[in-house]
Every structure is written in structure tokens, then in C-alpha cells.
Write a protein that binds this ligand. Structure first.
Ligand code: F3S
Length: 83
């Protein structure tokens, strides 16, 4: 059985530092010294935080956050495939 996993990403070219993402989901986003956001780590969203990720997407006025769904190939594989 294949499980879906979700990943968030902040587009640094769009982010203007409104910080709403961090307000609704501090576990998924982190802010730099200028208040610009980026996803924590690789942006993987734990199953229990998917609704928070959707809330962050909906609340960013710059549409800077993307939430993508990807099939989980094998949780034991930790290396990423580069394009
Ligand atoms: Fe940036 Fe949008 Fe968050 S502008 S700080 S990604 S709410």
C-alpha cells in the first residue's frame, strides 16, 4: 500500500515576510533575521500537521507557499534524488 506524504516549500522570491505561515504553523516554518520564511528542514509535513500546512498556504497573501503531495517510496531511504 502506498502512503502519500506532503512537503511544503516557501518561494524566497515571493515571500515578503508577512509571517502568517509561522503564526499558524511554527513547527513547519522558520524565520530569518529579516522575518523571511523558509520551510523547516526538507519541508516534510508530518501527518498530523497537514491541516496546519494547508492553513499556512491559504493565509500567505503572497502565495509564496506550495504544498505538494508525493508518494512515499520507501521511508527507509533517506537520500534525495537530485534533478
Ligand atoms: Fe512569507 Fe507568506 Fe510566510 S509572505 S513569511 S511565506 S505568510
Amino acid at each position: 500500500m502506498t502512503h502519500a506524504s506532503f512537503r511544503v516549500h516557501v518561494d524566497p522570491d515571493r515571500c515578503q515576510g508577512h509571517n502568517r505561515c509561522y503564526s499558524v504553523s511554527p513547527d513547519l516554518f522558520e524565520l530569518d533575521d529579516l522575518g523571511m520564511s523558509s520551510e523547516v528542514g526538507a519541508g516534510m509535513v508530518p501527518a498530523g500537521l497537514v491541516s496546519q500546512a494547508r492553513l499556512a498556504v491559504a493565509n500567505c497573501p503572497e502565495h509564496a507557499i506550495s504544498l505538494t503531495e508525493a508518494p512515499e517510496i520507501n521511508p527507509k531511504i533517506t537520500t534525495e534524488v537530485q534533478p
